[in-house]
Ligand binder design. Structure first.
Ligand code: NAP
Length: 340
């Protein structure tokens, strides 16, 4: 039995399917009885959960690489918490585990779908950020999809965000000679250089992305990590050197679009420069987790990988945190603290 005395659990459900930018009305908070684990399952009291851009796509009722969220059901996503009841001996009560049934105070999952997190190795925040799928995305992009070679010039968009703030630092560790990041606003641009070790920062809100990129990378770009799509992808293609590599990680500039977004009008430049554009889904790189955590945990411990999180308090604030992240209110990983 659980030694946790709570009887009710708040969860965030999808109330309506948004058209364009979601709002608070997209979500509803519902209190349910704390669920009970069945055989082979564990009950987790969540302490932190993640809000991520890909969740916007799951709010649409369209086929994709991951099924849509169900209307009227709790949303899902990465979370971390403490096991308060276990009907499976391999996961002890008191263990800290990561899992995928976030957006609620208490989650029941199959023990096989939870991963015990070593809290001596890293903080719970790190397990949802640099040591989670966002860090892995950056690592897979720069080692497998658009591999960085010694001396490369690397460009990263959404560079002050969860993936981007880690990507720039990985590029440098892999031998990049110059790392350029793009983010929205002067404060984020400053932090790219001061905190996340970028050599040069572009504030895309100032406009003239092409001109700013040409000034930051006068001899061109070898590797581009595309988190944004649209204008950023166009500018990067224009700046690529011969044989350059682009990791197509995300296209957040189009996630709320209500009409099809035209592709970059300079794609032939990619052909003429023999540039590779290659997509990435982090789920295909989960076997890289031990390799990545083996490196990143040491870098976090010795301070050579700097990370940041923007933390919002309370499960009831999770919708606002998601909406704010989509508009750029976060530096580093956007997280929601659910409890202690
Ligand atoms: P994040 O960067 O921490 O947060 C999203 C950021 O996007 C915001 O902070 C905002 O930063 C920026 N943004 C929003 N609208 C923009 C626009 N119109 N133009 C330029 N920037 C805009 O999120 P994340 O989790 O690290 O994800 C970053 C990207 O990677 C997303 O596209 C996401 O879908 C993708 N991703 C893909 C995979 C995969 O498996 N393929 C895995 C993880 C993430 P500013 O303030 O700088 O605008």
């Amino acid at each position: 039995m659980s030694n946790d005395t709570a009887t009710h659990s708040a969860e965030i459900r999808l109330a309506t399917r948004p058209v364009g930018e979601p709002g608070l009305e997209t979500f509803e908070l519902v209190r349910t009885e704390v669920p009970r684990p069945g055989p082979g399952q564990i009950l987790i009291r969540n302490t932190l959960m993640s809000v991520d851009p890909y969740m916007r796509g799951r709010m649409n009722d369209v086929p994709s690489y991951i099924p849509p969220f169900e209307l009227g059901a709790a949303l899902e996503g990465s979370a971390i918490g403490v096991v308060v009841e276990a009907r499976e001996p391999s996961v002890p009560v008191g263990a800290t585990v990561t899992h995928f049934a976030g957006w609620r105070e208490y989650s029941v999952v199959d023990a096989a779908d939870a991963t015990v997190a070593d809290t001596e190795l890293a903080t719970p925040e790190a397990y949802l950020g640099a040591l989670g799928t966002t860090g892995l995305t950056a690592y897979a992009a720069l080692t497998r999809v658009a591999p960085v070679r010694e001396g490369d010039v690397v460009f990263v968009s959404a560079a002050a965000g969860a993936v981007g703030s880690v990507a720039g630092q990985i590029a440098r560790k892999l031998g990049a000679s110059r790392v350029i990041g793009s983010a929205g606003g002067p404060d984020k641009a400053r932090r790219l250089v001061e905190d996340f070790r970028y050599d040069a920062a572009i504030d895309y809100r100032k406009g003239d992305l092409e001109g700013q990129l040409a000034a930051a990378a006068p001899h061109g770009v070898d590797v581009y990590v595309d988190n944004v799509g649209g204008d950023h992808l166009r500018a990067a293609i224009g700046a690529m050197r011969i044989g350059g590599r682009i990791a197509m990680v995300g296209a957040i500039s189009a996630y709320n679009a209500t009409e099809p977004v035209p592709g970059p009008d300079n794609l032939f430049e990619a052909a003429a420069k023999e540039v590779t554009l290659r997509g990435l889904l982090v789920n295909s790189y989960l076997p890289l987790f031990p390799e990545w955590i083996g490196k990143a945990a040491g870098w976090l411990a010795d301070g050579s990988l700097r990370t940041e999180q923007t933390v919002v308090d309370g499960i009831e604030q999770a919708p606002a945190a998601f909406l704010a992240m989509m508009r750029g209110a976060n530096t580093g990983k956007m997280l929601v603290r659910i409890g202690v």
